[in-house]
Design a binder for this molecule. Sequence first.
Ligand SMILES: Nc1ncnc2c1ncn2[C@@H]1O[C@H](COP(=O)(O)OP(=O)(O)OP(=O)(O)O)[C@@H](O)[C@H]1O
Ligand SMILES: [Mg+2]
Length: 326
Amino acid sequence: MSEAAREESPTHDDTEERAAIAASIPGADDLTPLAQAVAADARKRITLAGRVVPRPPSTRVLTVANQKGGVGKTTTTVNIAAALAQAGSTVLVIDLDPQGNASTALGIEHHSEVPSIYDVLVDGDALSEVVQACPDIDGLWCAPATIDLAGAEIELVSLVARETRLQKAVDAYVSERRAAGEPVDYILLDCPPSLGLLTVNAFVAASEVFIPIQCEYYALEGLSQLLKNIELIRSHLNPRLHVSTILLTMHDARTRLSAQVAEEVRTHFSEQTLDATVPRSVRISEAPSHGQTVMTYDPNSSGALSYLAAAVEMAERGAATAQEES
Ligand SMILES: Nc1ncnc2c1ncn2[C@@H]1O[C@H](COP(=O)(O)OP(=O)(O)OP(=O)(O)O)[C@@H](O)[C@H]1O
Ligand SMILES: [Mg+2]
């Protein structure tokens, strides 16, 4: 959709009406734990379904990173991206993991013949040459990763400007889309679980870091290493880089461990941590095997509603920051 068309279709702001309906659902005290969970989901559904979020004044580029494996980086990237696109924003996901999990979850072809992010990083191709539209969601695109990317860590070492190759491609793509009157609102970079050159490229290309933290024992281990690396990149390669967003994933409200991890993260990172948390959910883990995000696979599930809540919060916090700065 063009910028002009978007501006011509302002959406009715019904936030207050939604809040009133949501408030009429019985409170937690009167209910059993299962009924409490159902009521909480119903409240979220009423408050969030079909919401249109504010679009940022300029493209927000976020690196989703945590060198710990399996904490929900890819799941968070694709579901936040899908939720933002469904809420009226334009979003590009760049898959920087040779495993290609983000490409799979978005239903994007990524066998070895497909033009991919490898061609951008190693051969200097334009991002627009490799980007594919996500089949299920309007306004969502993906630059896929193929298995070729596994060699890129080594191939990049001998190339000139090895740390800034992605940044150049991203900046060119952002300008190109703006010039075409179809600006991209969010670019989310899904990183592999390591701090190699692919992740360094992502840190240099982005201005924000989005850290998913799994609510498990050892969750905070390695976090200080990640923060140290971000600081190094900031002082040497990218002064704009900062941790803007932290999301607690695989949260289990019934366990004391989840509550302890959540409390510790909120104590250390009170500003960055989103109020929304993502529960452990079978629907979330099933969705990728259908080539889908949970946002289309089961939009009414608690997992989808939580990712929607997180995306709305992220967009609204960004809009508030942009207003303060202007
Ligand atoms: N909220 C959740 N509930 C249930 N399963 C989840 C949830 N989030 C992620 N998973 C599952 O946990 C596994 C790891 O998630 P994911 O692939 O997103 O992590 P990752 O940090 O990207 O991993 P890697 O470091 O390998 O890239 C996957 O099988 C995924 O389906
Ligand atoms: Mg991953």
